[in-house]
Write a protein that binds this ligand. Structure first.
Ligand SMILES: Nc1ncnc2c1ncn2[C@@H]1O[C@H](COP(=O)(O)OP(=O)(O)OP(=O)(O)O)[C@@H](O)[C@H]1O
Ligand SMILES: [Mg+2]
Length: 229
């Protein structure tokens, strides 16, 4: 049993450490508010931590939702810091050592912060809700990412569909619609579930709740680790 977990850890560590030789920065961005940036930041960060990575959660949103969540659990789940100055985000985040992964939860409607978070990222994740209005609103972020990719061939970037609703036509077709934007679309997204809002409100993560929601986060993080290989 021990050997099994040890080998699993080695396998996953290989993925992240082989990415850029040291550590990885994941920025979770969408200029639209309330799409799940904080929910995904916290749950992805915790899932990676459970898999054995040293993870830092960076709250670059002056609103401070990730820091509020961290205060509720008295800092017992994830090391969490606030870096909400666009001008120094890249320098400040790169000056912090000792972590395998840094997950940046970003602010809505803050173009300079989004640009800074894209600049320092190895991987950009764009949470999006299944609606046309939400899709149209991502064109600014997609444009910023593509400019950067054309220049440097990085960061990698992908859409994550959040709050999928069973039986909704848009939820069913959203992956295909999003693929037209020319970025990766994660096959695994999150459904609309009260477990997400309840867990964050209690200062917990989906891993403390378990069930179907935890399974979908795990599938998403499996896919993420494959994607960054
Ligand atoms: N899959 C989901 N199922 C149910 N509720 C969700 C889901 N994802 C997010 N929520 C809820 O939607 C609200 C907004 O989510 P969240 O705070 O993660 O978005 P955000 O993009 O970080 O918002 P902001 O732009 O204000 O920072 C929260 O109340 C959260 O609990
Ligand atoms: Mg937020």
């Amino acid at each position: 049993m021990f050997l099994y977990f040890y080998n699993m850890l080695k396998y996953y560590n290989y993925h992240i450490n082989s990415y850029n030789g040291s550590h990885m920065i994941i920025s979770i961005i969408n200029s639209k508010g309330g799409v799940g940036k904080t929910t995904l930041s916290i749950n992805i960060a915790h899932s990676l931590q459970i898999r054995g990575y040293k993870v830092l959660l960076v709250d670059s949103d002056p609103q401070g939702s990730s820091r509020d969540w961290n205060a509720i659990n008295e800092g017992t789940i994830l090391p969490t810091i606030g870096l909400d100055r666009a001008g120094s985000l890249e320098k400040d985040i790169k000056a912090i050592n000792g972590f395998d992964v840094k997950v940046i939860d970003t602010a809505p409607q803050a173009k300079e912060l989004a640009v800074a978070a894209i600049k320092c990222a190895d991987l950009v994740l764009i949470p999006i809700q299944p609606s046309g209005v939400d899709m149209w609103a991502t064109s600014d972020i997609v444009g910023l990412i593509k400019e950067r990719q054309e220049l440097l061939n990085r960061p990698k970037a992908g859409f994550i569909v959040n709050r999928k609703i069973m039986g909704s036509t848009t939820s069913k077709n959203i992956n295909e619609m999003l693929s037209k934007a020319g970025l990766y679309v994660f096959k695994h997204g999150l459904n609309q579930r009260v477990a997400y809002s309840d867990s964050i409100s209690m200062g917990k993560t989906i891993h403390d709740i378990g069930g179907k929601a935890k399974n979908e986060v795990e599938l998403l993080v499996d896919e993420l680790l494959e994607f960054i290989k």
